[in-house]
Design a binder for this molecule. Sequence first.
Ligand SMILES: *[C@@H]1O[C@H](CO)[C@@H](O)[C@H](O)[C@H]1NC(C)=O
Ligand SMILES: *[C@@H]1O[C@H](CO)[C@@H](O)[C@H](O)[C@H]1NC(C)=O
Ligand SMILES: *[C@@H]1O[C@H](CO)[C@@H](O)[C@H](O)[C@H]1NC(C)=O
Ligand SMILES: *[C@@H]1O[C@H](CO)[C@@H](O)[C@H](O)[C@H]1NC(C)=O
Ligand SMILES: *[C@@H]1O[C@H](CO)[C@@H](O)[C@H](O)[C@H]1NC(C)=O
Ligand SMILES: *[C@@H]1O[C@H](CO)[C@@H](O)[C@H](O)[C@H]1NC(C)=O
Ligand SMILES: *[C@@H]1O[C@H](CO)[C@@H](O)[C@H](O)[C@H]1NC(C)=O
Ligand SMILES: *[C@@H]1O[C@H](CO)[C@@H](O)[C@H](O)[C@H]1NC(C)=O
Ligand SMILES: *[C@@H]1O[C@H](CO)[C@@H](O)[C@H](O)[C@H]1NC(C)=O
Length: 406
Amino acid sequence: MPKFTAVLTHGMVLLALVFPFLLNSSAKHGHSLTRQRQHHVHHQSQSNNTMNKATSNHNLQQAYIAFQAWKRVIYSDPSNITSNWIGPSVCNYTGVYCAPSPNNTKVQVVAGIDLNHADIAGFLPEELGLLSELGLLHLNSNRFCGILPQSFANLTLLFELDLSNNRFVGPFPTVVLSLPSLIYLDLRFNEFEGPLPPELFNKKGLDAVFVNNNRLTSVIPSTLGSSSASVVVFANNKFGGCLPPSIANFANTLEELVLINTSLSGCLPPEVGYLYKLRLLDVSSNNIVGPLPYSLAGLAHLEVLNVAHNMFTGTVPGGICILPNLSNFTYSFNFFCEEEGICMNLTSKGVAFDDRRNCLKDKPLQRSKKECDAVNEHPVDCFDYHCGGSTATAPAPVPLPSPPSS
Ligand SMILES: *[C@@H]1O[C@H](CO)[C@@H](O)[C@H](O)[C@H]1NC(C)=O
Ligand SMILES: *[C@@H]1O[C@H](CO)[C@@H](O)[C@H](O)[C@H]1NC(C)=O
Ligand SMILES: *[C@@H]1O[C@H](CO)[C@@H](O)[C@H](O)[C@H]1NC(C)=O
Ligand SMILES: *[C@@H]1O[C@H](CO)[C@@H](O)[C@H](O)[C@H]1NC(C)=O
Ligand SMILES: *[C@@H]1O[C@H](CO)[C@@H](O)[C@H](O)[C@H]1NC(C)=O
Ligand SMILES: *[C@@H]1O[C@H](CO)[C@@H](O)[C@H](O)[C@H]1NC(C)=O
Ligand SMILES: *[C@@H]1O[C@H](CO)[C@@H](O)[C@H](O)[C@H]1NC(C)=O
Ligand SMILES: *[C@@H]1O[C@H](CO)[C@@H](O)[C@H](O)[C@H]1NC(C)=O
Ligand SMILES: *[C@@H]1O[C@H](CO)[C@@H](O)[C@H](O)[C@H]1NC(C)=O
């Protein structure tokens, strides 16, 4: 392991040296990984990215085979990005970046591919496995379809894989789980379906996982946890079931947890309050019932909390509202009937908030007494609640009312 870490770090430094501009595309996510890499960019002046002398080592010959195979299965390239993918000088191809091999710095290898926003349509061929020193693959916003080739298992140095906003289909691409160097995995806005493999959350080294806006189904695995991720975005999938208490296993790393519109039901487990590094927690637009756990008051770094559009009942805990860095607390469209302490007047604390459409006395824009009574007459027993996925004995989902037009 120490050896591998050394190689990885080296590779990252080299990539940062040669491709500082590639970093911008991940900077938008603002996670710690990005900051770590930008740290190296200062040394950029020492780099030399004129690669034209590197034409005939084994890696580049293999890369030539890979790119030509890829070009054969590209059916639309409206901006002519790949029109110069001709001849053996692959380092001169648009979107292809070479760097010295981490193994042998005298040898140029294909270290990065950036085709973000190219609007290219096609497949990913098996031959991409020949790019064995690839560190970074950015294919964001294209029309690539089909599945990931098994040969991706060969990409042992790949640390950043962005396939977002394409047309990939089929089950979760488990081949990514075999990539030992993977740090950043972005699969959002595709059509992956079926369950998330539990192994995803045991994978060492993974820092950011984006799987939102796919067709992933089934309960979030109860093995969720043991993860090293700091950012996990699941939003807009049909997971169903309850958030498992094992979420607490993320405590040492997780800073952002986004579960918007994932068909979650049951109560929010108090273990969410153990995620002491969280800055952002968004569980809005689900079918969560029961109280908002007091344990959330332990999230000292919390900045944004959104629990809107659920069926929360009871009290909005004062301990949450006094969190020092809280800047936005949205709890509209629930059935809260009381706000504790400063929660009654978040304006005085300079916190942006939304408490509309609850059952709060003396607050404007609340639900009708009839609506509130219907829910509050049937208190939820969280201990008794069965989390059987989408077929759980959950109350009928609340139809999401539209906000008042004013
Ligand atoms: C970069 O490489 C070219 C060609 O090998 C060489 O002429 C040039 O001096 C190098 N520049 C730096 C800054 O090392
Ligand atoms: C791409 O190439 C085709 C054929 O050479 C040309 O008709 C078209 O205008 C080019 N498109 C762009 C965006 O350069
Ligand atoms: C690669 O590109 C460089 C700079 O644009 C150019 O000078 C060089 O001739 C190209 N190499 C080949 C083999 O096309
Ligand atoms: C994996 O990479 C090596 C080169 O390092 C190559 O010889 C081999 O064919 C590749 N395997 C696949 C499945 O692409
Ligand atoms: C780097 O070198 C080691 C030892 O020679 C070899 O096992 C490994 O596969 C090489 N890595 C790459 C990416 O070529
Ligand atoms: C919620 O997620 C479903 C997929 O599970 C999607 O069809 C729907 O558009 C999402 N709703 C919103 C408001 O994004
Ligand atoms: C609150 O935010 C400030 C400014 O971003 C930061 O310096 C401080 O460490 C944060 N405090 C906590 C408890 O996260
Ligand atoms: C607070 O969060 C809500 C929900 O995410 C968002 O709609 C709103 O714009 C945010 N308000 C501010 C002031 O950032
Ligand atoms: C909220 O607090 C502010 C400032 O402390 C105060 O001016 C305002 O009257 C309070 N509003 C309510 C409804 O108590």
